[in-house]
Design a protein around this ligand. Structure first.
Ligand SMILES: CC/C=C\C/C=C\C/C=C\CCC/C=C/C(=O)SCCNC(=O)CCNC(=O)[C@H](O)C(C)(C)COP(=O)(O)OP(=O)(O)OC[C@H]1O[C@@H](n2cnc3c(N)ncnc32)[C@H](O)[C@@H]1OP(=O)(O)O
Length: 300
């Protein structure tokens, strides 16, 4: 897929793609990879390659909550692009390195109190990550080992298969309305494609965050397993998906997903402008302020 990363050169230059990850990366062989295969990545994205299996495990580690900041999105994009272009890999497992949190979704501080140019750049990166994961030629499996609201849910929904840890503290869903904001049409489309129109209508309006058993029942995840089996289950599922010839699976994936992606691709700039207009409204900024204050107060 020929997507440009589309971020300002400055943003990219600030990052150190493929820097060795301090400590964790140095000298630590990737699990199951045998001698000589090392983890790599960038400060916020740890990639554990298993070349023999053709699989890479991508661990998000932007503590405390893996919120999708501009820098984090950029690093995720660079990692994905690198894996996509490396013929060694046929599949990626996306998971979290932050205990109890898959991803808290979009970084609210990228949308609160920012100028329009920043919001536009941020939204472009959000679009880019979605397109890259959603249309990836690789098999993408989400090993969801923590709570996954809003943008975290979108990331999960963009995977080919979702395995959620069975922990009552975890939940997944598009909860935007609870923040006084709305899920954009392409978030909505992916949810409708996954759980159907009626269930999506209720879930979106009420901002449902589904705990594991409800998540499985509604179909927002494909499997719920004990927490200590999330990674191994993702691996077994990956083996099933990799048993299918790549070209047939990729063409089929494209057939199914392209119409949804095209809706955004045909109006990316307009979508950015809509977002910037919407998020810049005083009333929306107030809602974000109230929500951020609630998060602070929760701490006591
Ligand atoms: C007509 C309209 C036309 C066009 C419209 C066009 C476009 C649509 C417009 C907008 C679309 C926006 C879509 C938005 C998507 C999103 O993803 S919004 C984010 C949603 N996320 C959430 O609601 C999760 C919020 N966080 C939590 O609930 C909790 O933090 C947690 C359950 C994830 C973790 O709980 P704890 O472990 O208890 O940790 P804390 O709550 O103490 O958090 C630690 C620290 O992190 C900060 N934080 C948490 N989440 C975020 C976040 N998403 N972004 C930024 N920062 C976050 C939190 O404030 C704490 O900070 P400190 O107090 O330590 O500084």
């Amino acid at each position: 897929m020929a997507l440009t990363v589309g971020l300002r050169p400055l943003t990219r230059a600030l990052l150190r793609p493929w820097a060795r990850v301090p400590g964790a990366a140095l000298g630590r062989p990737a699990a199951g990879s045998g001698d000589g295969v090392r983890c790599f990545g960038s400060p916020r994205v740890l990639v554990e390659p298993d070349p023999a299996a053709g699989v890479a495990v991508m661990k998000m580690r932007n503590p405390p909550v893996n919120s999708l900041s501009l820098e984090f999105l950029t690093e995720l994009l660079i990692s994905l692009e690198k894996l996509e272009n490396d013929k060694t890999f046929r599949g990626i497992i996306i998971t979290s390195d932050c205990p109890g949190i898959f991803s808290a979704g979009l970084d609210l501080l990228e949308m609160y109190g920012r100028d329009p140019a920043h919001c536009a750049e941020y939204w472009k990166a959000v679009q880019e990550l979605w397109l890259r994961v959603y249309l990836s030629n690789l098999v993408v499996i989400g090993a969801i080992n923590g709570i996954s609201p809003a943008g975290g849910c979108l990331l999960s929904l963009s995977c080919d298969y979702r395995v959620l840890a069975n922990n009552p503290k975890y939940a997944i869903g598009l909860n935007e309305t609870l923040l006084g904001i709305i899920a954009p049409f392409w978030f909505k489309d992916v949810l409708v494609n996954t759980i159907g129109h009626r269930a999506a209508e209720r879930a979106l309006q009420l901002g449902f965050l589904f705990p594991p058993s409800d998540a499985l029942q509604v179909g927002i995840v494909d499997q719920v397993v004990p927490e200590d089996q999330v990674q191994s289950t993702a691996r077994s599922v990956m083996a099933q998906w990799l048993a299918i010839p790549d070209h047939a699976r990729q063409l089929t994936k494209n057939l199914v997903r392209k119409p949804t992606a095209d809706r955004l691709l045909q109006q990316r700039d307009a979508d950015i402008q809509n977002f910037v207009r919407f998020i810049s409204r005083d009333s929306i900024q107030k809602s974000l302020h109230v929500y951020l204050e609630k998060l602070k107060q929760k701490k006591g």
